[in-house]
Design a protein around this ligand. Structure first.
Ligand code: ACO
Length: 329
């Protein structure tokens, strides 16, 4: 039995927030944002749009490419730190929008590593149980809803967006897109990147709202250093496990958190930047959606060739991180 990625899709809201726009909102500059992060603009959803709407739009595109109808789906997962609600899960809300009842649906929360965690889980389910023939794997975020728009150290970094993959298994499919993977987490670093309120530890209250506890809190420099070390180590382990040398990697698709983090990881892997995909300039950090957005852009642009080894790597709150080597079919 083989497993393949049959379709990809992405969606970002229409509204673009440029660095020039941010200059009018907080004390910052296009020059600071560009040199420190590589971000020029990001897309921001309107008040009426929820994460499930972004996810749904990306899912429609992936399903269309795959030629799969919603009723054929055996599984829907959504990776997100910005679910529509604490429950029901966002995957079930997407299922309702798609009319895909009654396949199992669940959300997976691993912050910016959410998509690669989800790929690992969905792939494992499909490999273990033939019941799961067609899976919709989504990473979707409305990060603008948890950003403190008065905090210049975080508000310049994030954007909204969604990406979806349709995975398919079957006896007629040759080979498996998944070659090797490494997932990891270290909860000891949980406090350097988190959202304090809204859960059971700090339910919403007047105090939590007044204290701005419903917004992302981040120790930028510590996150930066850990991101580079952890992603590099995970990538090296995955390459060693699969017996693939850096020069055999056609593309690295890293989570898009900071252009400098991407460059530092590429340098440590000795993979030239021409083979490292980045679109952070146009979308900012879209957390669990970023790798999927890259993959869909590259796929639709015809940049991915049959047999290409593609190295995915991500890092996010938790702390969580990991890498995956996939082969394009
Ligand atoms: N505009 C202008 N100045 C700013 C801004 C801004 N937007 N933000 C911070 N500064 C100032 C700081 O106040 C500081 O000023 P000071 O020296 O007078 O105190 C100065 O710039 C330098 O600040 P640093 O934090 O040291 O800047 P750094 O070079 O580390 O860049 C950044 C900050 C971009 C946040 C970087 O640390 C980074 O990218 N870290 C990783 C972030 C990341 O990957 N996050 C993942 C989150 S995703 C998730 O899991 C949801």
């Amino acid at each position: 039995m083989g497993i393949r990625i049959k379709g990809t899709g992405m969606f970002v809201p229409e509204k673009v927030l440029t660095n020039a726009d941010l200059e009018k909102m907080v004390e910052t500059s296009d020059e600071w944002i560009t040199t420190r992060t590589g971000i020029k603009e990001r897309h921001i959803a309107d008040k009426q749009t929820a994460t499930s709407d972004l996810a749904y739009a990306a899912a429609l595109k992936a399903l269309e490419m795959a030629g799969v109808s919603p009723s054929e789906l055996d599984l829907i997962t959504v990776a997100s730190v910005t679910p529509d609600k604490l429950f029901p899960n966002t995957a079930a809300l997407v299922q309702r929008k798609l009319g895909a009842c009654t396949c199992p649906c669940f959300d997976l929360e691993a912050a910016c590593s959410g998509l690669i965690y989800s790929i690992e889980v969905a792939h494992s389910m499909m490999a273990a149980n033939k019941k799961y023939k067609k899976a919709l794997v989504i990473g979707a975020e409305k990060l603008s809803s948890i950003v403190d728009w008065t905090d210049r150290s975080t508000c310049v970094l994030f954007g909204d967006g969604a990406a979806a993959l349709v995975l398919e298994s079957g006896d007629e499919i040759e080979g498996d897109f998944y070659v090797a993977g490494k997932l990891a987490a270290d909860g000891n670093y949980g406090d350097i990147l988190h959202l304090p309120a809204g859960g059971s530890a700090m339910p919403a209250s007047h105090e939590s709202v007044d204290g701005k506890c419903h917004f992302i809190k981040m120790g930028g420099q510590e996150t930066f250093k850990l991101a580079v070390t952890a992603m590099t180590a995970a990538c090296k382990e995955v390459l060693a496990d699969s017996g693939i040398a850096p020069e055999q990697v056609a593309w690295v698709i890293p989570h898009q958190a900071n252009r400098r983090i991407i460059s530092a990881v590429a340098a440590r892997l000795t993979i030239p930047e021409e083979r490292v995909y980045a679109n952070i300039d146009r979308y900012g950090n879209t957390s669990s959606a970023s790798i999927g957005i890259c993959l869909d852009e590259m796929n639709r642009a015809g940049m991915l060739k049959h047999g290409d080894c593609i190295l995915l790597t991500a890092f996010g709150g938790g702390l969580t991180w990991g890498a995956q080597l996939i082969r394009w079919q």
